[in-house]
Design a protein around this ligand. Sequence first.
Ligand code: UDP
Length: 486
Amino acid sequence: AGSERRVHVVLFPFMAQGHVLPFRCLAGLVRRARPGASVTVVVAAPGAADSLRASLAADGLHGVRVHALPLDDHPAADTCHRDQLIALFVASESLRPAFRRFVAGLRAADPGAGVHVMADMFLGWTLGVARDAGASHSVVVTCGAYGSALYFSLWSSVPLVPDTASSPDDDGAFTVPRFPGVTLRRSQLTDHLAAADGTDACSTFINKQVAALRSTDALLVNTAESLEPEGLAMLRRFLGSVPVYPIGPLLRAAAPSTVKNNNAGSPILAWLDKQLPGSVLYVSFGSTYTISAPQMMELAAGLEKSAHRFVWVIRPPAGFDDVDGESFRPEWLPEGFRERVEAGGQGLVVRCWAPQVEILAHAATGAFLTHCGWNSVQESLAHGVPLLGWPLSAEQFYNAKMLAEEMGVCVEVARGMRAALSRDKFAAAVETVLGDTVERAEMRRKAAKMKGVISAARESGGDGSSVKVMERLFADMHGTRRVADK
Ligand code: UDP
């Protein structure tokens, strides 16, 4: 009596920034919900293990182990030409034997304990390994509920609009299968999705993931019940009987040290210190996606035209390699742009990477132009910062739609990597979110409300909080406080 069943929790993220970050938070959440559990994060690239160990230590998660699996076969280039990400996902299946050995080893070392595998939504093959080893399994959805419900639902309904592929310029509206209340446009589908017929590499891959979503023991979604009630209802409708646990938002807090050192360590934060509250637009398209060179040119012109202050994090546009992580090429930005805006104090042009959470937490930041990646979205809302949306791929289109139409915290300025951005319209949108406008006041009020919702979900007290939901998962799957395991 009084004993908790021992549980080994195995976290298995897909190796990309936007996936590893929420998994780091997940490790901390598991620790808080089930202090007695042992936690191991599995990484697919031995080279990434050390830096992950260092990050976990920096998060204060010293007891969390990291186990590296050898990635034998490197991504096959012919699986899905235009989408390297999918090729990487497909290639991850080569890890199956090594992962099987790892889970079997855990079981053998501690036969009385339970093993629970929490795997990334694109690593559906781990379900078979868990089942064979007698381990429980959950799928971790690193994006939001509304976005993932539409994304997976659309992929399992292809071909979507029979003639979209032949008329790519037709931006006709259509109703999402299974969700008759939701209308989308052709421009809210990636080319892959618009062209998919169910037999192509992407459909085959994603349908396998959907099968895993529908037969896993639990779905852990990086959102909160109070943040996305409608999205969660849609996801539950789509999945049938699999229980859904909204264990998010999985967010890092802004580093307190930056406040203590007076932002001496970061020129960006030091620059923000000198700006008026709520006056700066932060521009970043995340860790993976990028816009085209002509779009970058027009965006630069629009920013300059708006006359509002900005911090723009630039990675090379589509088709350009990142040679040194530092230089700019003349095709990317109008001549003299950087020098003009930086010397005139209008903005900062940053290459590659910025301390995003700290920027969003800064009082000077008033709006965020984002590709609507789910981490970026939650980080922005967590600080009450309204958004300008420019979704580029995957479920980002549906995140933007929800933010604009349901939450009222976002103005969508463009869509996709081929959109013809107009500098005038863009400058007007910046004025809407940073100028003295009625819309701005309304968006800020709604974003502040979301900030409250997110902060409540992150506190350990309330019933809907991340920790409570995670405790419930362990109680449902592994018993609590009274379950004997022998
Ligand atoms: N990020 C950052 N600095 C940057 C760009 C990105 O810290 O310059 C972080 C950002 O805070 C977020 C993650 O990287 O946590 C990006 O995830 P998101 O889901 O927004 O987009 P993805 O990169 O997966 O497309």
